[in-house]
Write a protein that binds this ligand. Structure first.
Ligand code: NAD
Ligand code: MG
Length: 399
């Protein structure tokens, strides 16, 4: 083994990506140690994870929750120090002892600690796509300035990263890369008659055909806003304009994305739909380690299919192309309005088919400007949430 043992902070350890990350880490105790785990409000799960992985730090939402966990850990003979709140998250994301940070908090809440990890020059394993969507230019500048290593965890972006030439420079045009083909499963409603979409329930939306994920990204996958966010994510990570990033529906989720080259070659990365593959890839990069993933059986799969996305069925995807063209703060507004819409849908206050309408109305209502500072991004995030909540009752009742 060529590297020293790495100390890892897992932001969002109690979520779907967090749990998969700990599963991979645990398979390689000689390579990885856990520095910190964060869990927001999931005290029981974070307690179990602390007892098992013995991190130096754990972080929860409130001082009360932190106090409770501290007491339980002391009783269990576990000496993890418990912090709380956004300052706690920033501290464990940027501490000098940390080598790599898994950024797996869901939504805008992950922006500040993920940016702190980038500023501190860490190896940043980016699952929290919303952070990059909100602050793309700023985030990439911080990475360049600090010399941080940014490795994508999103399966599509990880696949693209693997299919790009090793010396690929963001936006570099001498690589022969002509297009990125961003694959999408199409989610659970790819073939549902359009007139049945208003009756979709949260349970139906969260039952993804190929992946087991947190609730927010499951709804995003069903509306294809997830692909919209991923389009913006790909734009920032790889520096290709939107017209050279093509979304391809591939219902089996075996090809995780592709890169097309000037000579006609198309390179794809394949694998079973299991997030431990991109997680292990990014943890060990440029080496390869066992991820516990079942080998791909092409005979069992038999067929790979491809379709063009239908923007009438998935208006969220069209909204993502719109904000990418508008630039500046528009993607941050889209992201905030989407978080409010998804939340309202999960709380049965908004129909599934009305999610794009609420986002579009929020975008129409807010002026946008340049996204030069973190303060501007956070301010527009707050404004857009307020506006979306204000518009919600009207949008929820179609005329
Ligand atoms: P999840 O809902 O399962 O977990 C979210 C984690 O964030 C939990 O640990 C939770 O405690 C924490 N959290 C939630 N709100 C918080 C807040 N306000 N402050 C601090 N922490 C908070 O979500 P997930 O499916 O693991 O997704 C995490 C991120 O990874 C998302 O950005 C998602 O888009 C991305 N991602 C997930 C998958 C997947 O397969 N699950 C795939 C690609 C990308
Ligand atoms: Mg993805």
């Amino acid at each position: 083994m060529s590297q020293a043992r790495q100390l890892i902070t897992v932001l969002g350890a109690t979520g779907s990506i967090g749990v998969n990350t700990l599963d991979v880490i645990e398979r390689h105790p000689e390579r990885y140690g856990v520095f910190a785990l964060t869990g927001h409000r999931q005290i029981d799960r974070l307690f179990d994870q602390c007892v098992r992985h013995r991190p130096a730090y754990a972080v929860l939402d409130t001082p009360e929750a932190a106090q409770q966990l501290r007491g339980r850990l002391a009783e269990a003979g576990c000496f993890t120090e418990v912090l709380h709140g956004p300052e706690g998250l920033v501290a464990v994301a940027s501490a000098p002892e940390v080598d790599a940070v898994m950024a797996a908090i869901v939504g805008a809440a992950g922006l500040v600690p993920t940016l702190a990890a980038a500023r501190a020059g860490k190896r940043v394993l980016l699952a929290n796509k919303e952070a990059l969507v909100m602050s793309g230019a700023l985030f990439m500048q911080e990475v360049a300035a600090s010399g941080a290593t940014l490795l994508p965890i999103d399966s599509e972006h990880n696949a693209i990263f693997q299919a790009l030439p090793g010396d690929f420079r963001r936006g570099g045009d001498d690589s022969g890369v002509t297009r990125i083909l961003l694959t999408a499963s199409g989610g659970p409603f790819r073939c549902t008659p359009l007139d049945q979409l208003p009756a979709v329930t949260p349970e139906m939306a969260c039952a993804h055909p190929n992946w087991v994920m947190g609730r927010k990204i499951s709804v995003d996958s069903a509306s294809m806003m997830n692909k919209g966010l991923e389009l913006i994510e790909a734009y920032w990570l790889f520096g290709l304009p939107a017209e050279r990033i093509e979304v391809v529906i591939h219902p089996q989720s075996v090809i995780h994305s592709m890169v097309a080259y000037a000579d006609g070659s198309v390179l794809a990365q394949l694998g079973n739909p299991d997030m431990r593959t991109p997680i292990a890839h990014a943890l060990a990069y440029p080496e390869r380690i066992d991820a516990g993933v079942r080998p791909l059986d092409l005979f069992e799969i038999g067929q790979l299919n491809f379709e063009r996305p239908d923007l009438r069925r998935f208006p969220c995807l069209a909204l993502a192309y719109r904000v990418l063209e508008e630039g500046g703060l528009a993607p941050a507004v889209l992201n905030a309005a989407n978080e409010i819409a998804v939340d309202a849908f999960l709380n049965r206050q908004l129909g599934f088919d009305r999610i794009p309408a609420l986002i579009a109305a929020t975008l129409d209502a807010l002026p946008t400007g340049p996204a030069d500072t973190l303060e501007q991004v956070l301010a527009v995030d707050a404004d857009a949430r307020r506006k979306a909540r204000e518009l919600l009752p009207r949008i929820a009742q179609p005329a």
